[in-house]
Unconditional design. Sequence first.
Length: 308
Amino acid sequence: MPQTLLVTGATGFVGRHLVARLLADGHTVMVLSRDAARARRTLGSEVRVLDRLGDIAPDTRIDACIHLAGARVLGQPWTAARREELMRSRAAPAAKLLGLMHRLERPPRALLVASAIGWYGKVAQGADLPCDETAPPQPGQFQSDLCAAIERDAQQAEALGVRVVRMRFGVVLGADGGAYPPQALPARLGLGAVLGDGRQPAPWVHVDDVVGLACFALAQEGLSGPVNVVAPETPTQAEFARALAASFGRRVHLRVPAAVLRLAMGEMSDLLLAGRRVVPAVAAEAGYAFRHPALAPALQALAAQMRA
């Protein structure tokens, strides 16, 4: 049935794809954006754009909220100021959503929040063992602490009877944004590289399945708690690099030593050098069918889009 949905972070890579799908499915979409004019240009006239949630009347019907907002984790060095910004860029919109839920005469039935597989951090042993949604966080590791804070904020909505789904994203691949284009360009030029020893697991997911799982979670009233948003097939980083190069008819000849990445990136290098073999156990048990379960065909399809 058509629903009224409120989305934060709607102008981002995942947000644009999700909003387009929600509109195509006949839903009414409201978005919170600091730049309303840009949001309208990006998302189109069908979307109601708000720059403050205080404009929403208490008797407004909102069936579900989807919280995708947050500054990009991989990029600028994790200085103290940058860590604070990464936390604040997620916590501030979450607090506004919670305040809205308290004001509404009828709170939303569901809240979907974008977390990440960084929740699982890195471990000294067993990184190649299957890691499902029951695995604990790793306190003291920033990527894990960030995800734990995101999910803790979201869970406050449960006190209002809101069903909270904590979506832990792997590396999201899509031809028009996210992690794929910066990796595809060097691979296309024959400059793809193995990072470190290349044995670290590299969980990934196609943007089609991020959107598909979000819509699936909205429809499944019995689904709550953490959901690993990753494809069933988890390659090592070396396997990923070779499959990416092969999608452009290239091979991998380069290797970047771990020490170089750690020197250049500090703790942020863990995003590239350390990983867990995260599996989508909850999605599989709930019956979600992945559109892109295997890496090589997914990369071939994305390469074709890049060449088109």
